[in-house]
Design a protein around this ligand. Structure first.
Ligand code: BGC
Ligand code: BGC
Length: 824
């Protein structure tokens, strides 16, 4: 470990923590001592648990004296996505009442805290205002705006009866292939800390005045530390940096949000130089607590302790010993509780460490007034429907949309548009709220949502329509490129599909390699001399040279959220519109000029982005962007390493079930053919939703198909010893019918091989890795240059098994190879 430490990089904000600023510090400390001294060991162990609501009942919260609960992304009271506000408040009351019941002595009833990911508004709540994601806010650089978003979010969270948000993410994403890039404000630590502090102050109030008033909630700075610095942008990956670099790039936000009084810091899933953060005593205790002076709660991430070597989901004294104060845990919490209690009793976890953790938790509860706040339903704003998605909050979000738009190109000053002209809007994204809101919107991934899931929201299309109608213009909308009237100008809206966490991680930084219809639309419009304006929705900068070349104007609109009219307000100008707005957004991330330009950051030694950090045009600029290079330059274009499925099919693949009764696309966590001949459901192996269970119910021929939306060419990779690899776990086989595995190149073009025998040789319930030589598929009839269904299973029998990932690898090492019937 690098012992040379730059002391200046750590500010020790003891002044703020133990001084007068945090409400009556001394009184709190003495009350705290008293409370903790009267708690039993069982009560203390219960306090260091935060458990997911789907895994714990109010009665269990009472029985174990649980310290906190959370709802994960897409987890709602009564599991009801179409919930009413009341359902939240009622459940909050149930947990609260249970938590203050059943203590040994009457005089120390310590209520439970409920935390949620309100990361762009109260995004798990139906009808809430959904603000632009942090990546968008980064381009506003507007502290006051971010503070007002924090305040509005706090109020909507209070209305549902909750106490804490896991926000702001003060990640500094340095490789934009990372699926969480949009959760960070910027690649520049200074912007991250500026806005991180603003968000903390918005949520928790200002240390000198409104701190923890009844209009605030607790905030969490996350994920400590280095989450945005992992190699190749791999989620939960390894951040390789010296300590000085780690603190300089990823530490500033913590130093500053601690000064602003943030009460919770969430540990990160990633490793630093090979060691998982949840087990890193040096960074959690020596640096964060001792040097930076953080005296609040160090919260674990979602079963994050299990990533530590030597730990499992239900056993991890190492995390507590390293400095985690509270486990965040799902189904395995009871066993983890039993083990932790035993470890305290046997001295594996020292009582002093447990006491310190409990004090930190109760200190935060005292500071936030939780002990005196009373029933959630009786608190200010609680149950107040008119606050959820209120006009005032939506106007703040709309302003944030306007200010976050970055104008990348505006040749010949084609923008602003005249709304009284003939406007054509093209592209599904224009009318799709899930693309505007992205991940962490109602559900975790955000990709199952429909417009009706967002009552009160406005699509980009609706915003444009309203503006055009008001000004006497005309509008035609086409989601698929066909239109009737030649317009004066066309607006094409395109973008990424929603994703969250590791599911959004890319191997290369490019927008859409498969569906290029939008390029054809633009080309044909411009042939007719119709100017094209492109609005691009994305969670990160991507290589878009082809799109830029085919657009007269191009707007990076990020993930704007629920208030789509923020866009039309800026791009149109006319007498009829009350106020004229200009573009003021400036890039908070560098924009790549090639698909291999990742990582790309403003402080690189050879910095040569397409658009640099800080770039952004406005209406007074007269800069024309010349045609850009459209070559996709790849140093390595082998398919080795390509992942086709990981729990869910990766884009551009999809899974379809087929049987006599019909076909069913896997558009949900559990699906089946109409008469249930074959079914699938997403399950957890090591991480959330990383595998799927496939069940064939027998009697009729049924199949499971992993399909590609364009033809794949395996001829090259087959020569490179390419092997199709499947992680598989047999569950049940009570059939004499053969289970087949195959790959298909279209109608009557396939290779089909018996799989069942190999599977029967494995132990039921155990994971194995099998491989199929791609040349074996060829020998058995597959045309390697025209693969459409890279993998299918079919049988008439009753079979059940789980598969984890499906990918292409080189060589047979470490795999149980499928016997190849026709190979010599
Ligand atoms: C939860 C998220 C959580 C994720 C962790 C999801 O099912 O909804 O809140 O972050 O799992 O992998
Ligand atoms: C994410 C956190 C989130 C937590 C709870 C985890 O998977 O990494 O950012 O706060 O789940 O949903």
């Amino acid at each position: 470990m690098n012992i040379k430490r730059n002391i200046l990089l750590y500010i020790i904000p003891l002044l703020f923590i133990s001084g007068e600023v945090i409400s009556s510090g001394n009184q709190i400390e003495s009350k705290l001592e008293d409370l903790v001294s009267r708690m039993t060991i069982e009560e203390k162990v219960g306090q260091i648990f935060m458990v997911e609501i789907a895994s714990i009942t109010p009665d269990q919260v009472k029985e174990y004296h649980i310290g906190a609960i959370l709802n994960g992304g897409g987890s709602f009271p009564n599991k009801n996505k179409n919930h009413e506000l009341n359902e939240w408040v009622e459940l909050a009351d149930d947990y609260y009442l249970a938590s203050i019941d059943g203590w040994d002595k009457d005089n120390h009833k310590i209520p439970v805290i409920w935390g949620t990911d309100a990361v762009h508004g109260h995004n798990n709540l139906r009808g809430a205002t959904l603000f632009p994601h942090n990546i968008a806010l980064g381009s506003t650089r507007n502290e006051d705006l971010v503070k007002s978003i924090g305040k509005a979010t706090a109020i909507e969270v209070l209305a549902s009866g909750l106490d804490l948000t896991f926000s702001p993410a003060i990640s500094v994403p340095r490789d934009d292939r990372w699926g969480r890039t949009y959760e960070g404000y910027s690649e520049d630590p200074a912007i991250v800390s500026l806005l991180g502090v603003a968000m903390v102050e918005g949520l928790q109030g200002n240390l000198n005045s409104t701190f923890m008033s009844n209009e605030t909630i607790l905030a969490t700075a996350k994920h400590y530390i280095g989450d945005g610095g992992t190699e190749r942008g791999i989620d939960k990956g390894n951040t390789i940096l010296s300590e000085d670099q780690l603190i300089a790039i990823h530490g500033e936000g913590y130093r500053e949000t601690i000064k602003a009084g943030v009460q919770v810091i969430m540990a990160s899933f990633n490793s630093w130089n090979g060691e998982k953060m949840h087990g890193n005593e040096y960074l959690l205790t020596d640096v964060l607590k001792n040097k930076m002076g953080f005296d609040g709660i160090v919260l674990g991430d979602w079963n994050g302790h299990m990533e530590v070597s030597g730990c499992s989901v239900d056993n991890c004294p190492k995390a507590i010993n390293a400095g985690i104060d509270m486990f965040m845990v799902t189904d395995a919490w009871q066993q983890l509780y039993t083990n932790t209690l035993e470890q305290v009793n046997s001295g594996v976890i020292k009582i002093e460490r447990l006491d310190d953790a409990v004090k930190r938790i109760i200190r935060v509860k005292l500071r936030s007034n939780l002990l005196d706040k009373g029933l959630p339903s009786k608190r200010k704003y609680s149950g107040n429907e008119s606050i959820i998605g209120s006009k005032i909050h939506r106007n703040i979000a709309r302003k944030a949309v306007r200010e976050s738009l970055v104008l990348l190109k505006n040749n010949d000053n084609i923008l602003p548009l005249n709304p009284s002209s003939k406007i054509l809007v093209l592209g599904e994204a224009a009318n799709d709220l899930k693309q505007a809101t992205g991940g962490w919107s109602l559900t975790w991934q955000g990709n199952e949502n429909e417009n009706k899931d967002f009552p009160g929201a406005t699509t980009i299309l609706k915003g444009i329509k309203d503006t055009v109608r008001k000004s006497g213009g005309s509008l035609e909308y086409s989601k698929d490129g066909f239109y009737k009237i030649n317009p004066d100008v066309a607006i094409i809206v395109i973008g990424e599909n929603p994703y969250a966490e590791y599911k959004g991680t890319l191997s290369e930084l490019v927008f859409s390699l498969d569906d290029l219809r939008h390029l054809e639309w633009a080309e044909s419009l411009r042939k007719k001399n119709i100017p094209v304006i492109t609005i691009f929705l994305s969670g990160r900068p991507l290589w878009i040279n082809r799109e830029l070349n085919r657009s007269d104007a191009f707007i990076a609109a990020w993930l704007p959220g629920s208030e789509g009219h923020g866009i039309s307000e800026v791009i149109f100008k006319s007498k009829e519109i009350e106020k004229d707005y200009d573009f003021i957004g400036k890039l908070a991330y560098s924009w790549p000029s090639s698909i291999e330009q990742s990582p790309l950051n403003y402080d690189d030694t050879n910095y040569s982005p397409l658009f640099e950090l800080g770039y952004g045009l406005n209406y007074s600029n007269t800069i024309n962007i010349e045609q850009l290079n459209e070559n996709i330059n790849r140093k390595n274009d082998s398919l080795i390493g390509l992942t086709l499925l990981e729990g869910w099919a990766q884009e551009p693949y999809s899974v379809e079930l087929r049987s006599l009764s019909g076909r069913k696309l896997m558009d949900n966590k559990s699906v089946a053919t109409p008469s249930n001949e074959v079914s699938i459901s997403v399950v957890d192996k090591l991480a959330q939703e990383d595998s799927q269970k496939i069940t064939f119910f027998g009697n009729t021929l049924s199949s499971w198909n992993l399909m590609s939306n364009k033809k794949m060419d395996w001829s090259q990779v087959a020569k490179q010893s390419g092997v199709l690899v499947i992680n598989i776990r047999p569950l049940k086989n009570d059939s004499n019918e053969i289970l087949y595995l195959g790959s298909s190149c279209g109608d009557n073009c396939e290779a089909i091989l018996p799989l069942g025998e190999l599977l029967n040789g494995f132990t039921i319930g155990e994971w194995s890795t099998i491989g199929i030589d791609l040349k074996c598929f060829e020998k058995n009839g597959l045309n390697l240059s025209e693969v459409f269904t890279p993998l299918f299973f079919s049988t008439q029998g009753r079979w059940s098994f789980e598969i984890g990932s499906v990918f292409i690898d080189a060589g047979t090492g470490g795999k149980k190879m499928l016997f190849c019937p026709n190979i010599e």
